[in-house]
Design a protein around this ligand. Structure first.
Ligand SMILES: [Zn+2]
Length: 201
């Protein structure tokens, strides 16, 4: 899986491989993940045993937004993102199981708002508890970054934001999913209380 970046070059997993001073993405908020153990630590314990890395992942990962990869079988999709809600950085990892979409029906990704058919958008579900899962309809391979940084599709939702603002909103929606659908439900906290204080994206 490959992702575009701000320079127009094609890179893997968000890193250009440039010196920090030359990297247009580098900020003090960048999270450096130096090892497999550090990467696994971003996942919740309930997910950790299901993580399968690919040889496309090389360390260190300089995480400015997110990385995602698909299990070779295609059943699981993995996401590690930098939470924009926490300045200075927190990285979250999530293991998703992928359900096949309804075929040629056009669907909108809830995170990047691209509209695609042909199973490009699927229901991805994540574990809340060992017995409960919750899902979100998003790009099947989590290529939301490609969608918001690239040329819009003819059916995409038109929004008055720059591509970088759109990418930031994708990160906020990822953060909302983890905070309010996974962690909060698991903790048994009152959802309504958080709703009243959460920002709208
Ligand atoms: Zn998307």
């Amino acid at each position: 899986m490959r992702y575009g970046c701000a320079t127009g070059k094609v890179v893997r997993f968000g890193c250009l491989g440039l010196e920090q001073s030359r990297c247009p993405w580098y900020t003090e908020d960048m999270i450096k993940i130096s090892s497999e153990a550090e990467l696994l630590s971003t996942f919740r314990p309930i997910d950790r045993e299901e993580v399968i890395l690919t040889d496309k992942i090389t360390f260190p990962i300089l995480l400015t937004d997110y990385v995602a990869w698909v299990e070779p079988s295609g059943h699981r999709v993995y996401l590690v993102f930098q939470d924009p809600s926490e300045r200075g950085g927190a990285a979250w990892g999530v293991v998703f199981k992928r359900s096949q979409g309804p075929g040629d029906t056009m669907q909108m990704c809830q995170w990047c708002h691209s509209v695609r058919g042909g199973r490009s958008v699927s229901l991805l579900t994540a574990a809340v508890t060992p017995k409960n899962r919750i899902g979100v309809h998003v790009c099947s391979d989590l290529s939301c970054k490609d969608k918001v940084l690239g040329l819009p599709g003819v059916n995409d939702l038109r929004e008055p934001y720059s591509r970088f603002e759109k990418l930031f909103k994708v990160l906020y929606r990822m953060s909302d999913f983890v905070r309010y659908s996974l962690l909060e439900r698991n903790s048994g906290a009152v959802r309504q209380a958080a709703k009243s204080t959460r920002p709208v994206h």
